[in-house]
Design a protein around this ligand. Structure first.
Ligand SMILES: [Zn+2]
Length: 309
């Protein structure tokens, strides 16, 4: 009796092929290779956040001078005997040596360059302003390993200015945070337009600010949601954006507060836009697989990729 063709199918199902990939490279070999081939690199970085890993380790997310946003494991840092646990707290600027791993890098050395303040003992105003700044940097730079030197210099400079003062002396943490937010969003490519209408380009000091237009708007372009900004608020925004600290000496609390409101709305809008654009990248890039696992529902996958949003 002839053998059925079905006993020896010429084509395996895609799922079998994918499952087979795991068999050809045993997982213990993959993990073992980290120990004998770990290239190291040095960089300096500001710690953005940390989270627990296992019993004693932490994953540290940082903004580095040369490698952009990076994540690395700090082993044993939650033990009291750890030599660099305290150096890897948020807001700290550290000089690092990192060993590249196959899945995650590992911090092998950390030297404090600048510790703006101890986050636990810090003044509440310093802590909240610092927290907004590191979160903004984190969210404006969604892609790891992409160099972002200007963002690094801005963040490190702003954290230093909170403690050491600006080029024109001390300023409240909230004012340094406001200046940082404007400049970080501007560096990301969305500088607010303050000297002409953001819609039609008509020159002049317009008295409405539209977050979606990206700056002040003239009477003709005024839209729903545009907020009134006084001449004093406008010049304070300009000073914060350009780092003109002498011009901020005599600002009133009311003006600073009104400017803060505009800056918060402007920065949030752009941060959300950055995240939305990342979601779009994810659909066609490497993050795609994690979001839509290869479980055979190909019809669903193609409909997701086809959605440009
Ligand atoms: Zn206009």
């Amino acid at each position: 009796m002839p053998r059925s063709r079905a006993d020896n199918p010429p084509f395996q199902r895609a799922g079998d092929l994918l499952a087979g990939r795991g068999v050809s490279v045993p997982s213990h070999q993959t993990r073992g290779s980290d120990n004998w081939a770990m290239p190291t690199y040095r960089d300096e970085a500001v710690v953005l956040r940390t989270h627990k890993l296992g019993e004693a380790d932490r994953i540290v997310t940082m903004l580095s001078r040369r490698h952009g946003k990076i994540r690395a494991v700090a082993k044993g840092v939650r033990r009291t005997s750890s030599k660099f646990g305290a150096r890897l707290e948020p807001f700290s600027q550290v000089d690092l040596q990192i060993a590249s791993g196959r899945s995650l890098d590992t911090i092998t050395q950390a030297m404090t360059m600048h510790a703006p303040f101890n986050p636990i003992g810090a003044d509440y105003a310093f802590y909240t302003a610092g927290q907004v700044m590191v979160e903004t940097a984190d969210r404006l730079l969604p892609i790891e390993g992409e160099p972002a030197l200007q963002q690094y210099l801005l963040l490190a400079g702003a954290l230093k200015a909170m403690v050491n003062g600006t080029t024109d002396g001390k300023r409240p943490p909230s004012m340094i945070m406001d200046s940082y937010l404007l400049r970080a969003v501007a560096t990301a490519g969305y500088a607010p337009v303050l000297d002409k209408c953001a819609r039609c380009g008509t020159l002049g000091s317009h008295d409405r600010f539209s977050v979606s237009a990206g700056g002040v708007v003239c009477a003709a372009c005024r839209e729903v949601g545009a907020v009134r900004v006084s001449a004093a608020v406008l010049s304070h925004l300009t000073a914060l954006l350009t780092g003109d600290w002498p011009a901020t000496r005599a600002v009133t609390a009311a003006t600073a507060q009104a400017a803060s409101g505009v800056i918060a709305a402007f920065a949030s809008w752009h941060i959300e836009r950055t995240i939305r654009s990342l979601e779009m990248v994810d659909r066609s890039g490497s993050g795609f697989v994690e979001k839509f696992p290869l479980d055979g529902t190909s019809g669903q996958r193609s409909s997701q990729t086809g959605d440009p949003r």
